[in-house]
Design a protein around this ligand. Structure first.
Ligand SMILES: O=C(O)[C@H]1O[C@H](OP(=O)(O)OP(=O)(O)OC[C@H]2O[C@@H](n3ccc(=O)[nH]c3=O)[C@H](O)[C@@H]2O)[C@H](O)[C@@H](O)[C@@H]1O
Length: 333
């Protein structure tokens, strides 16, 4: 993780996405050669624009559900490709399941041919409607396999099971990160996840919609903390099971809404947006908080960015997408 660490040829699946593009930026900064594989199903080519002139960067437009060409041979694979917004769980469940199973299988198969190490982006969603708080990696979860979140929750669980099978049967080097709610610059308001939805609404002067009573909790992790955690895990000697990567600071959805409204108003001088309530999503986890003792112990890593600081970077990023004139805000791209 420092200037003298070995340089790799790295494949990032989903590299045009929210986490992916931030990871690519960090890997290139550290001197690695990076290939992004993405099909833009939930991302935009513009998120790769800043890398285009970098000779260490290349891009392949493809779906991970198709087998990988050996011309892509690398020594490290970050497997991030998968739609992750709950809005898509009801719109594209079959595609999500295909990506989680066949996509992950293709990645692991290619890694086996190439002798590459794989980091699988798993999720806090494998814990489902958790019956204990916080959730450590030994907790086996409470997931509904026949419900609107099943495609993602069970999809990621089968992806973990595939990784385990390739490790035991094919001796593949595997790292699994269970990533908890991550936010920051690069996640567009249209994504549907809560932080970017609230920030987008507050900037546009629209109501913030709380789904449910606002008492549900999440621990919001700033994207750069998450990326450092993923890179540390990839280059660590850890050969055990999955590792939680998240913030341990628990916040209710209502507290988040208030924080966003106040921060946007303070930064723009505009009147405060309002909160309205709508029905809770079915199977929406009520309480979620990682226990990150393992990550601290094996990686010396923990999420450090306070919510207020992360929100301020996030709001700045969103404001830069907007053109402010005559007290009206218009979308420019
Ligand atoms: O990051 C994680 O750990 C996982 O959780 C997310 O799911 P969720 O926690 O439901 O993410 P959000 O859509 O951001 O929702 C968080 C909470 O805010 C609420 N919410 C969301 C959006 C909104 O406009 N209003 C609102 O009240 C949701 O109902 C939920 O209670 C996604 O499943 C994944 O991106 C990810 O793997």
């Amino acid at each position: 993780m420092n200037g003298i660490s070995p340089k790799h040829r790295v494949l990032v699946t989903g590299g045009a996405g929210f986490l992916g593009s931030r990871l690519v930026s960090s890997l290139l900064r550290r001197g690695h050669e990076v290939i992004v594989l993405d099909n833009f199903c939930t991302s935009f080519p513009s998120s790769l624009a800043e890398f285009q002139d970098n000779p260490a960067f290349s891009f392949v437009q493809a779906n991970v559900t198709e087998p990988l060409s050996d011309s892509l041979k690398v020594s490290r694979i970050y497997h991030l490709a998968c739609p992750a917004s709950p809005v898509l769980f009801t719109q594209q469940p079959l595609e999500i399941l295909d990506t989680c199973y066949q996509g992950t299988r293709n990645i692991l198969e290619a890694a086996h041919r190439w002798g590459a190490r794989v980091l699988l982006a798993s999720t806090s969603e494998v814990y489902g409607q958790a019956e204990r708080n916080p959730q450590d990696e030994k907790y086996r979860g409470n997931v509904n396999c026949f419900g609107p979140r099943a495609c993602y929750d069970e999809g990621k669980r089968v992806a973990e099971a595939l990784a385990y099978a390739y490790r035991t049967q094919r001796s593949l080097e595997i790292r699994i990160a269970r990533i908890f709610n991550t936010y920051g610059p690069g996640m567009h308001a249209s994504d549907g996840r809560v932080v970017c939805s609230f920030v987008g609404a507050a900037i546009e002067g629209k109501d913030l919609i709380i789904k449910g009573d606002g008492k549900s909790t999440r621990c919001f992790q700033f994207v750069d903390d998450c990326i450092t955690g993923l890179e540390s895990l990839m280059e660590s000697n850890w050969s055990g099971g999955p590792v939680n990567i998240g913030s341990e600071k628990e916040t209710t959805v209502y507290e988040l809404a208030e924080a966003v409204i106040n921060a946007v108003s303070a930064l723009t001088g505009r009147p405060k947006a309002r909160i309205v309530y709508s029905e809770a999503l079915p199977d929406d986890p009520v309480q979620r908080r990682p226990n990150c003792t393992l990550a601290r112990k094996i990686l010396g890593w923990e999420a450090r960015t306070p919510l207020s600081e992360g929100l301020s970077h996030t709001i700045d990023w969103h404001l830069n997408l907007y053109f402010i004139r005559d007290y009206r805000i218009k979308l420019v791209n």
